[in-house]
Design a protein around this ligand. Structure first.
Ligand code: CTP
Length: 399
């Protein structure tokens, strides 16, 4: 498990019968040269002692949000910044519920809420609690917040019941972390570029033609690429969204500016063109505000097709080119035509005749058409989760 070497892991131990297994996790992580700091929740102290953890982890154990000594040494924000990743073991039904609500009532939940690092939850609880709709709902929320979930497994539980809810074995947890770190390390060599949002095509200094795109899907894809380790550049038309400072964001207005910036930021390994680029621009933009008249005819001319240009120029074509297709009719036929005409490896198509999904919505349902394999549908879900699934496919195609 060589990817664990020298990694800083913040282990948060919560109050469940499986808490004792965290000692085995610490032992394995230490054996693989991780640095470990631990937070013990109040209820975890009923199951395990700070002394046993310190002796194994050789690292500090924190337990109280308002402990002057702790805050002086390393405050709760620095603690979350110190870690390369946060591991929550066992993630009890209560912890999952608190995190889904965004509580910050103790050190553990405060650190998690303040964290900008990958957070792995390892649930363990009674099967009925695990299957309860409220737990399922909370987990869905946490997945949309990009928390990663390991397990639980099926088996006999401490309470004597049998079913899904057992903590994943410590060695398997360590392996999952190692695989994750391997993927991040591998992807960090790759550059990714995403175009997003609408463009504005000016008629005069104060008026423009644009479209309904909110940029949400493109921004989520860029965030997901960053979380997966890619060096990510996002070229975006006007939106109201902010992103992580680790994404290089370039703001543009017109299709022409988007085209220039895209060219400037090549070469990349993967380019995802999710922007709703205006197909037309104003033939002759007025330098003065156009005055009111009884009638006005505006002549439009075709804009450059950024995706088409880049993917058909061998010298600048990224290894992997992914386009979007927003369709209101002949969905499949049009998407396949775009896949071929625009020389893409993948086209992500959505039916924008449904007002509930796609443009300006938090949800999306897409079908991916591939150059070299059968199409597949990603069912209706939050755009964060759609992005995670798209980036998973990028990972597979690039490696
Ligand atoms: N695209 C682009 N530059 C343009 C127009 C589109 O880069 N000037 C990209 C989009 O970002 C998207 C793909 O091409 O990835 C398809 O866009 P879409 O608007 O669905 O298709 P068009 O080619 O514009 O065709 P039509 O509007 O006729 O369906």
């Amino acid at each position: 498990m060589k990817n664990l070497k020298d990694k800083k892991i913040l282990l948060i131990i919560c109050g469940g019968i499986a808490a004792y297994k965290s000692l085995e996790i610490i032992r394995i992580l230490k054996k693989n040269d991780c640095q470990i700091k631990t937070i013990l929740t109040n209820s975890a102290k009923e199951f395990i002692t700070p002394l046993s953890i310190t002796s194994l982890s050789q690292g500090k154990v924190y337990d109280d949000l308002f402990n002057i000594e702790n805050e002086a040494e390393m405050d709760h924000i620095s603690l979350s910044r110190w870690a390369d990743l946060i591991l929550v073991v066992p993630a009890t039904a209560n912890t999952i519920s608190k995190l889904a609500k965004g509580s910050s009532e103790d050190l553990a939940s405060t650190v998690i809420l303040a964290s900008n690092k990958p957070i792995f939850l390892v649930p363990a609880m009674n099967v009925r609690m695990w299957e309860h709709p409220s737990t399922k709902k909370n987990l869905k929320i946490l997945k949309e917040y990009s928390y990663k979930i390991i397990g639980p497994e099926i088996g006999e539980m401490a309470c004597g019941e049998y079913g899904e809810g057992k903590l994943t074995e410590p060695i398997d947890i360590a392996n999952k972390l190692n695989n994750y770190l391997f993927m991040i390390n591998r992807n960090s060599k790759f550059k990714a570029l995403v175009t997003a949002g609408p463009t504005r095509e000016y008629i005069d200094p104060v008026r423009f033609i644009t479209n309904k795109s909110s940029g949400k899907q493109g921004f989520e894809i860029a965030k997901s690429l960053l979380r997966n380790g890619y060096q990510t550049t996002l070229i975006t038309g006007p939106t109201n969204i902010n992103v992580d400072e680790n994404i290089k964001v370039i703001k543009v207005e017109t299709a022409e500016q988007m085209f220039k910036e895209t060219q400037k930021n090549l070469p990349v390994d993967v380019a995802i063109f999710s922007a709703a680029v205006a197909d037309f621009k104003i033939f002759k933009k007025s330098n003065m505000k156009i005055k009111k008249t009884d009638e006005l005819t505006i002549k439009l001319e075709k804009n450059i097709d950024i995706l088409n240009y880049i993917s058909n120029h061998n010298s600048m074509r990224p290894k992997l080119v992914i386009g979007f297709a927003a369709e209101t009719e002949n969905f499949e036929k049009n998407a396949i035509k775009k896949l071929k005409d625009k020389n893409c490896d993948m086209i992500i198509a959505n039916d924008v005749s449904n007002q509930e999904i796609g443009f300006d919505s938090d949800f999306n349902e897409v079908t991916i058409f591939y150059k070299n394999k059968k199409q597949e549908k990603l069912s209706l879900k939050n755009k964060v989760l759609i992005s995670e699934e798209i980036v998973e496919r990028v990972n597979n195609q690039l490696n």
